[in-house]
Design a protein around this ligand. Structure first.
Ligand SMILES: *Cc1c(COP(=O)(O)O)cnc(C)c1O
Ligand code: SF4
Length: 334
């Protein structure tokens, strides 16, 4: 028998990587050699919203640094128990705009489809951390209801596949869904919001790119990058694969206190993204969802950061500063 040594990253598929997520706080602490003084709080907070992180994302964190900007996006903290009257479980009142399970129709021309019941990483600031994925867990039967809703609503010209992360579903399911969508005449564009190209770059395979580009719908992929440290060569290669086949790549960032609320960081993020072919789209103020008060950056400072970006960057590298308001007809410029 001939033995060959193949680096593990070449032999493991993205599905394997997804099945080997880090979900135990102990594992996170041991791998990163973190101060165990924070472990008990992490375990408690993980009961509110589970810990989930890919090995790939973890590899980009600095060992021993409890304040690492990537770590803080996934590390459960005692602060998540803080209550505040302005923070609720469903601040965007999405439940009001949920005409059929798995579908959110808030803005006139576009509709959001929950592509999957989970994500590859659980972001602690997630506005859907209390979302009822159980009642909105996509199945084919449920997608059929969503598809008939879209078919019967002429105003809709864009479908957005969103979080849970739509790219965790299999190529086969995704191809089926896109096929069904492209048969609806009034649809023009297919938009996908996903963190996978960043947190699990191996998900971006030639097969996936082929599925996204072979329908008549114009594909747009919005990645969610919050910090330049998230961008490494594997992520760059994934972006290149997507971009080279004509997929428009945009980025949205959530402004997070303690993670990216520094002008230089945001400026560098825009520049690094553009080098990799991604245009900044939105800089979001945090949604006031329970358990996230510690990430909130007040509006005055947010505006100051945005002004600094305007002063240092060409206009096309400055994302729009927005907030989401329940009942508004679009995102609200700040
Ligand atoms: C943000 C969002 C959209 C997309 O809005 P754009 O301004 O087009 O990016 C659509 N539907 C819902 C429910 C949203 O939250
Ligand atoms: S990837 Fe998006 S939907 Fe999923 S946990 Fe993170 S913020 Fe929430």
């Amino acid at each position: 028998m001939i033995h060959r040594t193949i680096p593990t990253w070449q032999t493991r598929s993205w599905q394997d990587e997804l099945s080997q997520l880090i979900t135990e706080p102990e594992a996170l602490f041991t791998t990163l050699k973190l101060d165990l003084g924070h472990l008990e709080a992490a375990k408690q907070a993980a009961n509110l919203f589970p810990l989930r992180v890919t090995q790939s994302f973890l590899n980009r964190m600095k060992p021993g640094d409890i304040a690492d900007p990537l770590l803080l996006q996934v590390l459960p903290l005692a602060e998540e128990f803080n209550q505040h009257p302005d923070y609720s479980a469903d601040p965007l009142e999405e439940a009001e705009s949920n005409p059929v399970p798995g579908l959110i129709h808030k803005y006139r021309s576009r509709v959001l489809l929950i592509g999957a019941p989970q994500c590859a990483i659980n972001c602690r600031y997630c506005f859907r951390r209390h979302f009822d994925y159980q009642a909105n867990s996509p199945s084919r039967a449920q997608w059929l209801d969503a598809l008939s809703y879209i078919r019967s609503t002429q105003d809709i010209d864009e479908v957005i596949l969103s979080g849970g992360d739509p790219l965790v579903i299999s190529d086969r399911q995704l191809a089926w869904l896109i096929d069904e969508l492209s048969a609806i005449p009034h649809l023009q564009r297919l938009r996908i919001h996903s963190r996978l190209p960043i947190v699990l770059p191996s998900r971006v395979t030639p097969e996936l790119v082929n599925i996204l580009t072979s329908s008549r719908l114009q594909p747009v992929l919005v990645v969610h990058c919050n910090h330049p440290q998230e961008l490494d060569s594997e992520v760059g290669a994934a972006f290149a694969l997507l971009r080279n086949q004509g997929i428009t790549l945009l980025n949205q960032t959530v402004l997070l206190k303690g993670i990216n609320n520094v002008a230089e960081t945001l400026i560098q993020l825009s520049k690094e993204l553009f080098k990799l072919g991604v245009l900044p789209y939105y800089l979001h103020l945090l949604d006031k969802v329970e358990g996230t008060t510690h990430f909130d950056q007040n509006e005055r400072d947010a505006k100051g950061l945005h002004m600094a970006m305007l002063a240092h960057l060409p206009g096309y590298l400055v994302p729009k500063l927005v907030r989401e308001e329940a009942g508004a007809t679009s995102k609200t410029p700040v």
